[in-house]
Write a new protein. Structure first.
Lengths: 379, 187
């Protein structure tokens, strides 16, 4: 067994309550480094038994909690989901009993649907619709939350619905931001909780397979991150809310492992010039250029011919300086393959420009997304 | 998954039964306190945060899903709270004054000398823990305080089981590195 495997098995055993000495008896060959790690784990495990809350604190805290729970109205988050949880269970029982068929992937959820319809009928569709625009403190706000919960029973696993509710909390927080910071805190705390649930759901989905429409989710969450920035310095709940949103993005698209930067050495591009036989002198200086921007790896760049007719040139048969390719037909890129008109040694010089074929060899293994730093072909 | 009896209490609490929630508090307050106390510099602060975890849990109990252990759901709340707390102030950095506002350890049996030695150990451990990231702290406390599986921890910190194993190893290595000189100084 390898050292790492021994260490892992010892740690697993110790987390389950085994002692350090029992591990060392089995594996006396462990290195000093592993021993120190196991000692740290043992100290941690030992500490858990010593960290016991003061009984007086427990009594005091319990009483205080009871007082707060009794004094506060039942949390909005608790009321409807409690009904939902009961209905959910009953729905599963019902489903198990009757095995209603599914139609095109859509399953009937009668009890939840009954609840939603009941809420809407009881309150009136218009009231529920009007309530959707309400904000905390408004008379219809509790109806809004109740209708949300009713719908949640129908779509409790629907991530987009969860994100929609989160967006509502965000919108509400923006509305009340100037008047009531405490409410903003509450709304952002709700937002954080919803996003944590979404993150958990996504993590589960990712574990069991692919996450559907991850790009769409990412777009929504990215927008929300932008909106959240407005609460920076306004609410103590800003950071947890932001973090909960970012957590979702990191679940969807985990950051790649860090790569040690390496220097990519690109081969010096070479230009192979194939001179063509001169059939006749040209009347204008011909300048062949290569635009660096056009150079693509693995491509053979055709030479662009630029004529400058404004420069008068008298044709003189001989002698004529010309760009003569080296004997090995290779020109280093530091040597400009062209001559600008201003550089011409004599205005009457005829420049016979061969029609070169330039090929820029590149490293075939190089990723196409990384372009070599193109050397300057021009002064 | 929550036990049947616990599930009954949770269902009642979700319907607004404060007494049922208080029973859940009784069942889990020790674990939550331990989880927090090893990561906070003073007893008072750990108590405040423990109280806050249960208050937040009460407020959010409607969102609890029975598919996961209730304690781990509480851990997640505590995890988020500790991260907020660490960012809100720099109390976690000021371990010098810890002895004055320090913890009283379980006083069942040990002599004053033993209590002092325990306090020293805990303080060293707490100090070393403070150098770890919140995720590393959570992995270690859930593993070695509650023998939680990697799958359970994954639900709290949102990382894969494989990544958590690596994280645990790295965290223990860091912890060991921090504790070694402390042990040497104490000896």
């Amino acid at each position: 067994m390898k050292e790492q495997e021994i260490l892992d098995s010892c740690l697993d055993a110790m987390s389950a309550g085994a002692s350090l000495s029992s591990c060392l008896e089995k594996h006396p060959e462990l290195s000093a480094e592993s021993l120190r790690i196991l000692q740290a784990a043992a100290q941690l495990h030992h500490a858990s038994a010593q960290l016991t809350p003061d009984p007086a604190f427990k009594r005091r805290s319990r009483a205080k909690l009871m007082q707060r729970m009794t004094a506060s109205s039942q949390p909005a988050a608790a009321a409807a989901p409690a009904v939902a949880a009961g209905l959910k269970q009953r729905w599963h029982d019902f489903w198990a009993q009757w095995r209603l068929p599914s139609l095109g992937g859509m399953q009937f959820q009668p009890l939840a649907a009954v609840l939603a319809v009941a809420v809407i009928l009881a309150l009136g569709g218009g009231v529920v619709a009007a309530a959707q625009k309400s904000v905390p403190g408004a008379p219809l706000y509790s109806i809004k939350r109740l209708s949300e919960q009713a719908r949640t029973t129908l779509a409790h696993d629907d991530i987009f619905w969860q994100l929609d509710i989160a967006q509502r909390r965000l919108d509400e927080a923006l509305v009340v931001m100037d008047d009531n910071t405490a409410k903003v805190d509450d709304l952002l705390a709700d937002y954080t909780q919803i996003m944590s649930d979404v993150a958990e759901e996504l993590a589960q989905q990712k574990k069991s397979g692919a996450v559907h429409e991850s790009y769409k989710i990412l777009t929504i969450v990215t927008d929300q991150i932008e909106q959240l920035r407005q609460f920076e310095g306004v609410s103590a709940q800003y950071e947890p809310a932001l973090r909960s949103a970012i957590e979702i993005t990191s679940i969807l698209y985990p950051a790649p492992k860090s790569v040690t930067p390496t220097t990519v050495v690109w081969p010096t591009p070479t230009i192979t010039m194939t001179p063509m036989p001169i059939s006749s002198p040209v009347k204008h200086p011909v300048v062949s250029t290569i635009s660096p921007a056009t150079i693509e790896p693995t491509s053979v760049i055709p030479t662009e011919i630029i004529s400058t007719p404004s420069v008068p040139v008298t044709v003189v048969p001989t002698p004529s300086p010309r760009i003569t390719p080296p004997t090995n037909n290779t020109v280093k890129p530091t040597v400009p393959p062209t001559m600008a008109p201003a550089q011409q040694p004599h205005p009457t010089t005829t420049i016979v420009a061969p029609v070169p074929t330039k090929s820029v060899p590149v490293n075939p293994s190089s990723p196409s997304s990384i372009r070599p730093k193109t050397p300057s072909f021009f002064p | 998954m929550a036990t049947t009896q616990e599930q009954v209490l949770i269902s009642k609490a979700q319907q607004g039964d404060a007494q049922a929630f208080a029973q859940l508090y009784d069942a889990h307050v020790d674990a939550i306190y331990r989880y927090i106390a090893i990561r906070t510099p003073s007893q008072q602060h750990a108590e405040d945060l423990t109280e806050e975890v249960f208050w937040r849990a009460w407020q959010a109990i409607g969102r609890y899903r029975p598919e996961r252990p209730f304690l781990h759901w509480l851990y997640r709340i505590a995890h988020n709270l500790l991260i907020d707390d660490a960012k809100r102030d720099a109390r976690h950095q000021s371990y010098e004054g810890m002895t004055e506002g320090g913890y009283t350890l379980s006083d069942e049996g040990p002599t004053p000398d033993e209590i002092f030695a325990q306090q020293e150990d805990i303080q060293q451990l707490r100090q070393a823990m403070s150098t770890l990231t919140p995720e590393e702290q959570t992995v270690l406390t859930m593993r070695f305080f509650d023998n939680a599986s990697y799958d359970d921890i994954a639900q709290v910190v949102g990382k894969s089981s494989g990544a958590l194993r690596v994280l645990q190893h790295r965290a223990l290595k860091k912890l060991a590195t921090k504790l070694a000189p402390m042990r040497g100084a104490a000896a």
